[in-house]
Structures are given as structure tokens and as C-alpha cells.
Design a protein around this ligand. Structure first.
Ligand code: SF4
Length: 357
């Protein structure tokens, strides 16, 4: 399929095949790809670019899995290992200020904390911050919590929801291809299990995002396979809100690479995601991993969401992320406006809080 034919399909609103996606990945015509993705994004969200005032909280980096690509995790007792008490978590949440709309909470898989601790954490946060949305737990954590709770997936999710869980951030997807996943994170749940957990979450009434870690040892074919599997699940559940490609950072990991993903590859991946995932409303540029400048340019390559203020993200920084993991609302507004877009402050489930002129 030539790019010209794919362009006609995009124009006509037709779904792209895996072969189309692969042809686009192999092309170097980045600007044509960007124009197609922009057209698709405009049809979905007009000129709007969303962001949320949020805070990341990573209660512990102690993890029973030690994925080879992960620079964040530590074993219990290892130098640099930490765990926050509920009081620590509350103290951190209190620094977020009145305008915060979302706490984004993900951790390692702690060997000792009981299921009840996680329920307490949600209840405690919900009690003190009733208007802040709790977006928490990767599918990997949900699978682990179900195991330590001795419950089925649905029961686990319903208990967490009852305690205050509002939605899932969509992490832990990495790359679904089994041999590649086994090299990256052999102990982690399979791609099929990730999809099963998310399907259960959607059916329990919890929305989620979806992620893909790229730029390590995967191929373009693996990326396309990942996108197609997400698209198929979305056709069944319509529970995904945003797709977030995560560019790999290798520092302090066991995956040795001399460079990060390139700007060209980042933009191509974001644009292609917009084109392949025709049933996702939003494509998010996670500036913590991409850097602010590429994230801003991506607003002309199909992206309509810049995540949020974040406030001290630890996971990417452990792997040598280029940013300090925090941005003010005014800095986000500046980036969006300079790209000729309309900033829209949102909550976690994309209700508009304020359209900034
Ligand atoms: S990626 Fe997640 S599951 Fe894997 S080692 Fe890091 S914290 Fe643990």
C-alpha cells in the first residue's frame, strides 16, 4: 500500500490495517504522516489540547519483580529502597494544593503489604480529598493485589472501587509480543493477562488508559501488533480513554542502549498511534519521558493531550529522564498556546473544567 492510498483511507475515515501501519512505520515521510494524524486528531477533538492538574505518588519502589528495563524498582533492604506510610502519603498529597484534580498512584509489587493496606490508602485519600480522582494501579499491580487478596479479578476491582479507586492509569502493558516481553520482564504478567485485567476493569465500570513501551528491543511489527490488540479490546469495551506511547529510557537498566529514542521515532510513533487507534478518543504525549519540546511539537502530529503537572515523578527519573518531572499549569498553557492550540483543563475522565482562551 502506498502512502498516497493510505492518505485516501484516512481522508475517508476508513480503518487502517496492520499492513498500512507497518508501511507508515517504514516510511521516512514524517511530515505527511504528521498531516494525516493531525487531520484525524482534528476530527476527534478540534483544536483542543487537554491537560490535568495532577500529582504522581509512588508509595514504594520495592518490587518482587525485577524487570530488566526498570530502573525504579529495588529489592527489600537494598540501598535506595523506600516505602511510604499512609501518613507519608497523606503528607505528600497535602502539598498538592487546592487545584489538584487527580492523584496518579503506582508502585512496585511489595512483598509484605496486605490487600487491606491498599484499601486503607484509597479510603484515607478519598476521605481527605473527596473531590480528587484516584487513578491508581497498573494491570500488573491489580493482578498482584488479586493474588494477595485471594480474590478473583472482578471482586478485587470492585473492592478497590468501593474504597475509592476511580480509574486505572494503563501502565504495565510494555509490549505484548511474548518473546520480547519475556526478555524485558519475564516475571511480569503476559500481554494476554494484561488485556484480561483491563477488560475486567472496564466491565467493572472503571475506565483506563493504555500504554506501550517502545524504543528498546522491539520491532515495528511488535508495535503494530500491540496497537491492533488494544484496538480490538476497545472495540469490545470502549473503556480506554487515552493511549500513551512511552519512550524507553535505558540509564540504570539492564537493557544497554547508547541512545534514547530519537525525536523522529517519537513523533512517528505518536502520529501512527493516532492513525491506527481510530476508536481511542485521545493520544497523550507524556512529556516526562519525551521532554517538553518534542511533546509540544507532537501537538502537530496527532496528539491532543499533554498529561498534566505531574509533580515529581520518580520512575522515569530513575532511568535518566531529561526533565525534573514537574511542570506548572502556566508552563503547560504556554506550550499549548505556542503550538497554536486551545488549552483545555480537564479532570481524569475528560470532563472539561476550563477552556483557556
Ligand atoms: S516495571 Fe513494575 S513490576 Fe517491573 S520491576 Fe519495575 S516496578 Fe516492578
Amino acid at each position: 500500500m502506498t502512502i498516497e492510498k493510505i492518505k485516501n483511507k484516512v481522508h475517508a475515515g476508513q480503518r487502517l490495517t496492520a499492513e498500512d501501519g507497518l508501511a507508515l512505520f517504514k516510511s521516512h515521510d514524517l511530515l505527511t504522516l504528521g498531516r494525516m494524524a493531525s487531520e484525524a486528531a482534528q476530527k476527534k477533538n478540534g483544536n483542543k489540547v487537554y491537560f490535568v492538574q495532577n500529582m504522581h505518588i509512588n508509595p514504594t519502589n520495592i518490587c518482587v519483580n525485577r524487570c530488566t528495563f526498570c530502573a525504579f524498582s529495588k529489592s527489600k533492604g537494598e540501598d535506595g529502597a523506600y516505602e511510604m506510610s499512609l501518613d507519608d502519603i497523606l503528607a505528600r498529597a497535602r502539598t498538592a494544593g487546592e487545584s489538584v484534580r487527580e492523584f496518579h498512584i503506582v508502585s512496585g509489587l511489595h512483598p509484605d503489604l496486605p490487600f487491606e493496606w491498599y484499601l486503607d490508602m484509597l479510603r484515607t485519600l478519598r476521605k481527605e480529598f473527596p473531590s480528587v480522582h484516584l487513578k491508581a494501579f497498573t494491570a500488573v499491580e491489580i493482578d498482584y493485589l488479586a493474588k494477595i487478596a485471594g480474590l478473583g479479578l472482578r471482586e478485587t476491582l470492585l473492592e478497590l472501587k468501593e474504597a475509592g479507586l476511580g480509574s486505572l492509569p494503563g501502565g504495565g502493558a510494555e509490549i505484548f509480543d511474548t518473546p520480547t516481553r519475556n526478555t524485558l520482564c519475564a516475571e511480569k504478567i503476559s500481554g494476554a493477562r494484561w488485556l484480561e485485567v483491563i477488560e475486567a476493569a472496564h466491565s467493572a465500570g472503571l475506565k483506563s488508559n493504555a500504554t506501550m513501551l517502545y524504543g528498546h528491543i522491539e520491532t515495528y511489527e511488535h508495535r503494530i501488533d500491540h496497537l491492533v490488540r488494544l484496538r480490538e479490546l476497545q472495540d469490545r469495551t470502549n473503556g480506554f480513554q487515552a493511549f500513551i506511547p512511552l519512550s524507553f529510557h535505558s540509564q540504570n537498566t539492564e537493557i544497554k542502549k547508547s541512545a534514547y529514542t530519537t525525536g523522529f521515532d517519537d513523533l512517528k510513533t505518536l502520529a501512527l498511534s493516532r492513525l491506527m487507534l481510530d476508536n481511542f478518543d485521545h493520544i497523550k504525549a507524556y512529556w516526562v519521558m519525551l521532554g517538553e519540546k518534542i511533546a509540544q511539537v507532537s501537538l502537530s502530529f496527532g496528539v491532543d493531550d499533554l498529561d498534566g503537572t505531574v509533580v515529581e515523578e520518580r520512575i522515569t527519573r530513575a532511568a535518566g529522564g531529561a526533565t525534573d518531572g514537574s511542570m506548572t499549569r502556566d508552563e503547560l498553557l504556554h506550550l499549548i498556546r505556542q503550538a497554536g492550540k486551545t488549552p483545555v483543563e480537564r479532570d481524569t475522565i475528560y470532563r472539561e473544567i476550563k477552556v483557556w482562551g
